[in-house]
Design a protein around this ligand. Structure first.
Ligand code: ATP
Ligand code: MG
Length: 413
């Protein structure tokens, strides 16, 4: 079913003037004849997209990429310099923190002010004010000026008003970043509810898991340009991949950052440690479910019989996730001498998104005498892959319905 297009953005460009001469004194400013020099900064550069009725669409991208500017254009708070937008339906927007609130007015007064800006009559607001206050959970504070509100309280009231004006299209910017856990859940539930009612929702968020879950589609802005659009999960993945790539290039020198302790008698030394992916590339960031090879170079100054190599993984907050060695795994290395390398191969990395540190060790066969022990010396970053469970690691398992007599029938007996 091809839906009706309710938002049409066509080649939108938006610039802001960035004034070059800063720190002018008041006098200098007042005495100026010519106008200040400025540079046009393009926050949006030719963005086009369409949204069909009933779609929930996410806008993602790094800080300053133009997401909020795009929302403000949709809300008609900003006008594009070039291009056009077309909106079919009643819009309600919860934009940046406190936008639309008057600091000296109380929460109640601001509700009336905001409601009327969003197109409600006084009588309609009278009807809804109790719901709005109840949703915001701010009844104790509703008659205080909003300038005394915390940022979370602002968002509570803003969201409560925005959803209670019966919009066809709801625009929300980063609500989930500010509210506390319980309010975030409440907002998410409300968004799901509105989504089920067939409302069109545009969400700007850095909470990528939430975008993946709640949005049908997403667009990714980078420096004001639309880099990708399509199915939300797909766009979020591409964006994460790009972020990881950038992090990776920053991380290369980080190899031994968290230098833990090192000890051992030194007849065998671990001289290099690398994390390799399935195509033998060295990386520090892996996705859950990927192949990860820990390769250790060693150098033995004499012949060593039956050395035992080991690897341990700790989470950054100190939990010992796993520790194993070649002997536990039933692999005996008869003897080593000189230089070589050993590989510890994980075919399917079960660790979930998070930061980990890896220890690499080589011991004698009794596992009592350390030749070389690098304790928690190597950083490993895991980003969410297709296996995106919650927690520390993925347990391979499956789900199914099990045929059993319905409980009701059993009760009859
Ligand atoms: N009123 C303004 N005057 C000057 N520059 C502005 C103005 N509003 C936004 N910009 C600039 O436009 C760019 C895009 O800003 P925008 O707020 O849209 O980014 P964003 O993607 O919402 O970022 P964030 O994730 O940090 O919220 C930024 O470089 C910002 O400095
Ligand atoms: Mg923003």
């Amino acid at each position: 079913m091809a839906g009706k297009v309710v938002i049409r953005v066509d080649d939108v460009w938006k610039n802001f003037k960035i004034y070059q001469e800063r720190n002018l004194s008041l006098k200098e400013t007042l005495l100026r004849r010519r106008r200040a020099k400025y540079e046009a900064f393009w926050a949006l550069k030719g963005v086009s997209f369409e949204v069909e009725e009933g779609t929930t669409i996410g806008i993602i991208g790094e800080n300053g990429s133009g997401k909020s500017s795009m929302l403000k254009i949709l809300a008609k708070i900003l006008r594009p310099n070039k291009g056009s937008i077309e909106i079919n339906g009643k819009i309600s927007a919860l934009l940046e923190l406190g936008a639309g609130f008057h600091p000296d007015l109380t929460g109640r007064e601001n509700t009336y002010l905001n409601g009327s800006i969003l197109g409600l009559t006084r009588a309609q607001i009278d009807e809804r004010i109790d719901d709005i206050i109840a949703f915001s959970e701010l009844s104790k504070f509703i008659d205080m000026p909003v300038k005394s509100y915390s940022s979370g309280m602002y968002v509570r009231l803003g969201f409560a008003v925005a959803i209670n004006v019966d919009p066809d299209i709801l625009l929300v910017d980063e609500i989930l970043a500010v509210g506390d856990e319980s309010f975030q859940r409440k907002c998410l539930n409300k968004l799901y509810e509105l989504k089920e009612q067939g409302k069109t929702i545009v969400v700007v968020s850095h909470a990528l898991d939430q975008v993946r879950n709640i949005c049908d589609e997403a667009i990714w802005l980078e420096h004001g340009v639309m880099k990708e659009s399509g199915r939300a999960a797909q766009v979020v993945d591409s964006y994460l991949e790009e972020v990881n790539r950038q992090e990776e290039s920053k991380a290369t020198e980080l190899e031994e950052v968290e230098h833990g302790a090192r000890w051992g008698s030194g007849e065998v030394k671990i001289t290099g440690v690398r994390f390799l992916d399935d195509v033998e590339n060295e990386r520090h960031i892996f996705k859950t479910g990927e192949r990860l090879v820990v390769e250790m170079d060693y150098e033995a100054s004499e012949e060593i019989a039956r050395p035992v190599f080991g690897v341990a993984i700790h989470s950054r907050d100190g939990v010992h996730i796993t520790g194993t060695n070649s002997k536990f795994s039933g692999t005996i290395f008869d003897k080593i001498a000189g230089k070589g390398s050993v590989r510890y191969v994980i075919e399917l990395l079960p660790l979930l998104k998070g930061s980990y540190v890896v220890s690499t060790v080589v011991y004698d066969f009794s596992c009592l005498h350390p030749y070389d022990h690098h304790d928690r010396a190597y950083m490993l970053e895991v980003s969410s892959g297709e296996l995106s469970d919650y927690g520390v690691f993925h347990i391979p398992a499956s789900w199914g319905l099990h045929d059993r007599q319905p409980i009701r029938e059993l009760e009859k007996d």
